[in-house]
Design a protein around this ligand. Structure first.
Ligand code: AP5
Ligand code: MG
Length: 223
């Protein structure tokens, strides 16, 4: 089982890169933010409970988030592993994930931190557009879609997220970056943290991430 964790501040590019890695590695992308938004669209109690926290830029409580994520990881398509996008976000979540993987004699292979300075994040989030069907990401100026309002990849309509309003973005950055640092420390101590420069173009960041998890075999560098 291959489990890769994407870490990064809001807007750092976790989702963008998780989609690319998932396609490349043939693993599902499991994103807790998407699971909460889908639950809200379906009008479930979980979605309604999560919305209040998301609108305030706060993390959803651990017990709700951990149960939801572990249930998703138990689905058949995740039997070979998954790219986790936006989970874990607290030390308690990281520990719960380790325990659950341990029961399946697995472990987090790598925690990939997409590192972007705080001053770039507001511009990234306020210009972001996502597709309704799969959450593929675009940016008004940096990465516009070929046809305005339509996803290049699956043709669905592009929308903006409620929590990308500047006031909520500022709250997300203020309230969530401390917990992210704890998780970064957790994986650094476990020896699986890899850091890439998230300010580079999307394709360059993807290549850097793939270099971290699929090191070039010895024979390819010594031919
Ligand atoms: P979630 O949906 O995970 O949001 P987030 O962490 O705030 O991160 P984003 O999705 O906003 O950013 P991203 O890093 O994916 O960036 P993206 O690739 O889109 O969570 C939402 C909420 O749900 C949380 O606030 C919380 O309330 C709750 N939640 C979720 N998980 C939780 C958990 N585990 N525990 C508790 N609560 C949880 O890129 C952003 C923009 O930048 C795009 O426009 C993109 O085109 C552009 N871009 C990407 N890469 C580059 C690049 N290299 N150069 C230039 N532009 C780029
Ligand atoms: Mg995302």
């Amino acid at each position: 089982m291959r489990v890769l964790v994407m870490l990064g501040a809001p807007g750092a590019g976790k989702g963008t890169q998780a989609h690319i890695l998932a396609r490349h590695l043939g693993l599902p992308r499991v994103a807790t933010g998407d699971l909460f938004r889908a639950a809200l669209r379906d009008g479930t109690p979980l979605g309604v409970a999560a919305k209040g926290y998301m609108d305030r830029g706060e993390l959803v409580p651990d017990e709700i988030t951990i149960n939801m994520l572990l249930e998703r990881l138990g689905a058949a398509d995740a039997a070979r592993g998954a790219i986790l996008d936006g989970f874990p976000r607290t030390r308690a979540q990281a520990e719960a994930l380790d325990r659950a993987l341990d029961e399946r004699t697995a472990a987090v292979e790598a925690a990939l931190l997409v590192d972007v300075p705080a001053e770039d994040l507001l511009a990234r989030l306020s210009g972001r557009w996502l597709c309704e069907a799969a959450g593929h990401t675009f940016h008004e100026t940096a990465y516009p879609p070929r046809v305005a309002g339509i996803c290049d990849i699956c043709g669905s309509r592009l929308i903006q997220r409620d929590d990308d309003r500047p006031a909520v973005v500022r709250a997300r950055l203020e309230k969530q970056l401390g917990a992210m640092e704890d998780v970064v420390d957790y994986y650094r101590a476990a020896g699986v943290l890899q850091v890439v420069d998230g300010r580079r173009p999307i394709a360059a960041v993807s290549n850097d991430l793939l270099d971290c998890i699929e090191p070039v075999p010895y024979w390819r560098t010594h031919l």
